[in-house]
Each structure stands twice: as C-alpha cells, then as structure tokens.
Design a protein around this ligand. Structure first.
Ligand SMILES: Nc1ncnc2c1ncn2[C@@H]1O[C@H](COP(=O)(O)OP(=O)(O)OP(=O)(O)O)[C@@H](O)[C@H]1O
Ligand SMILES: [Mg+2]
Length: 328
C-alpha cells in the first residue's frame, strides 16, 4: 500500500529584509498509516514550519518554494488552498502548543465542537453534540455534559489542551500534526496526555507527527524519529534503533544531553556552540562548525543517504554502531 504522507525535497522560505531564510530546505520523509513520527531538533530548526507547510498554514513573508507534499495520493502543494480546505480539520488535524489557537475564548465548548463537526459533515445537530460529548470522554474529561456548557477560561491549561485534542479527533483524521502540545504542561499531565494520544491514535489508525525539541518526550511515543538541523533532516529511522545507536554526531549530542537514571552528580554533555542563523549558514555541512568529527570533507554538504537498514543519515563521518555498544 502507498504511504499516507510523502514529503519530497520540501523548501519553505521566508523573504525578509535581511535576506531569504530557508526555514525548510530539502526536507524529505514519509509516513505510513497509523505510524507515529517524532520530529525533533533545537529551536529554530524548522519543525513548526514543516508542520505548517503540510497544512498550508505558512503565511507571508513565508512560502513553499519547492518540493512535493503528497497526502494519500494528492499533491497538496499543487492542489493548494481549495484542496487543503477540504482536508484541514477533517482528514488532517493540528494540535498547537497553545490550545487557544484552536479554541475561541468567547464561545462555549459545545458550540465550538458542534460547529467543527458540521463544518465537514451534514449530520443533525443532536448527533454532532453526541459526537462532541463522546470525544470529551475519550480524552479523559469527566462530567462531559457540564464541560460542554463551559467556556475555555473555565478550564485549566491541561484540560484546555485535552479539549483541543478532542476537537482534533472529532473527524477521526488520518493524520494529526501535534506541535509541542504538552511543553506548557507539568510533567505528570504531559505523560498522561502523551500516552492517551498514543492509544487514541492506535485505536483509530491515525498517523501522528509529534513535534518537539525534547527527545525524552518522543522516545517513548514515536515509531520513528526524524532529527532536524538548520531546516534539514539529518538523521531518520526507527526510534529504538536511532536512540540505541545514533549515527549523526548531532543526534548523539542530543541523546547525551538527555538526563538518564543513575547519573546523579555527573555532568550532562552539551553540544558546543549555537544554532546557526539561517541567513548565515556555513558552506557544506551545516553542523560542521559545532561538530567534533568535522574535517575537510565536510566542506561539501552531505546528502541524506539511506543506509539500507530502514535508516537514513546526512553525514560524511557517521558513528559506527559498534562504538556505542562498547562505550562505557
Ligand atoms: N514569520 C517568519 N518570518 C521570518 N522567518 C521566520 C518566520 N517564521 C519562521 N521563520 C524562520 O524559520 C525558522 C524555523 O522556525 P520554526 O518555527 O519552524 O522553528 P522550530 O524548529 O519550530 O523552533 P521552536 O522549537 O522554537 O518552535 C526560524 O528560525 C526563522 O528563521
Ligand atoms: Mg516550533
């Protein structure tokens, strides 16, 4: 069966006074039905712009300058706004970091949820309301009837995000793009929401792109990981394999900077240097100035290359898997 989503050489550029910021510069990945992809990377690496590009939510001065985004056989870049309007909220839903991007502060939850159902389906209002109620129950909201009659400000931050997730689930979408939806919440609620979204997606066969800068958050959730740096994917593959044997020096740096058990009193390693400005990227490998393994070869930019074991890497000097196994 063909992939649910195939992104090929996506280019999303922002035309600013100081120059063209290539926020997404040659991103390629694909997603199966029901699969969960963790899209990780430092702030400014292009994760959100990638997510927004899929849904056609990039506003001027940004625009998709090239590449293909094929969703269930349809090219969304070529199809543009008319095609996206039919898909957004129905077959592809987005959960934002701030649930108020989804919720309208002056409308009751029942009004908002019923309108969302009716935007894409001709069903009686009573049925739309029943669907809204069921969706709230699904995301673990108790007393749903009372909650339906409430306004967003009457909810806690965690509850509001649950409502936004319930809205995303209303049409049983094929794909949900979640952009750091739990970062503003405390750790216990984060963990709860994460495992609930994971089981909801498994039940309904929904594929999920979970965007985060926090590798620890996605490593227990995602089937696959794609690591972004300076608008590019630099490593991609099954989560367990990437975490056990990161091959790109940047991925390795990210993993080594995550606190693990039994490390009390030990310094966490850090990736040296700063994220480069998109307007002043180095020639060749964009990570080279921060990379302990960089040499003359890195003056030319490596391509994202499949390694034959369901993984891909963009690096001239990747780590060997054996190095990790024998590491202390
Ligand atoms: N409206 C805009 N105008 C100009 N440049 C922009 C705009 N939005 C994004 N960019 C550029 O795109 C880059 C990538 O932004 P993006 O929001 O995708 O990063 P991110 O990986 O989601 O980071 P974060 O973890 O901070 O959310 C930014 O560093 C910035 O240079
Ligand atoms: Mg972002």
């Amino acid at each position: 069966m063909s992939k649910l989503l195939e992104i090929n050489d996506l280019q999303t550029h922002f035309h600013t006074r100081d120059g063209v910021a290539k926020a997404v510069d040659g991103v390629t990945f694909s997603l199966d039905r029901g699969e969960i992809l963790g899209l990780v990377g430092e702030s400014g690496s292009g994760k959100s712009v990638t997510g927004f590009s899929i849904l056609g939510l990039v506003d001027p001065p940004g625009r998709i300058a090239g590449g293909r985004i094929v969703f269930d056989g349809d090219d969304l870049v070529a199809g543009g706004e008319p095609m996206l309007r039919g898909l957004r909220g129905k077959r592809i839903a987005m959960i934002f970091q701030d649930p108020m991007m989804t919720l309208n502060p002056v409308l009751r939850i029942d009004t908002q949820m019923v309108e969302t159902v009716l935007a894409h389906e001709r069903v009686p209002r009573s049925e739309a309301l029943a669907r809204a109620r069921a969706a709230l129950v699904q995301v673990g909201i108790s007393a749903p009837d009372e909650r339906l009659r409430s306004y967003p400000h009457q909810f806690s931050g965690g509850m509001r995000q649950r409502v936004a997730i319930a809205i995303a689930l209303l049409h049983k979408p094929d794909l949900i793009i979640a952009d750091e939806p739990t970062t503003a919440l405390d750790v216990t609620i984060q963990a709860q929401i994460l495992s609930e979204v994971q089981s909801l997606c498994a039940q309904s066969g929904t594929a999920l792109i979970w965007i985060t800068h926090d590798l620890a958050v996605v490593s227990g959730l995602a089937d696959r990981l794609a690591v972004m740096y300076a608008g590019r994917i630099i490593e991609e593959g099954p989560t367990a394999s990437v975490i056990a044997n990161p091959r790109h020096p940047y991925t390795r740096g990210l993993i080594d900077s995550v606190p693990k058990g039994k490390q009390h009193g030990r310094m966490l390693s850090q990736i040296k240097g700063m994220t480069p400005s998109l307007l002043h990227l180095p020639e060749g490998c964009k990570f080279a100035p921060r990379c302990p393994r960089a040499d003359a070869a890195c003056r030319s930019e490596p391509a994202l290359t499949p390694t034959g074991d369901d993984r891909s890497i963009r690096c001239h000097h990747p780590h060997e898997d054996a190095e990790r196994v024998h590491a202390p």
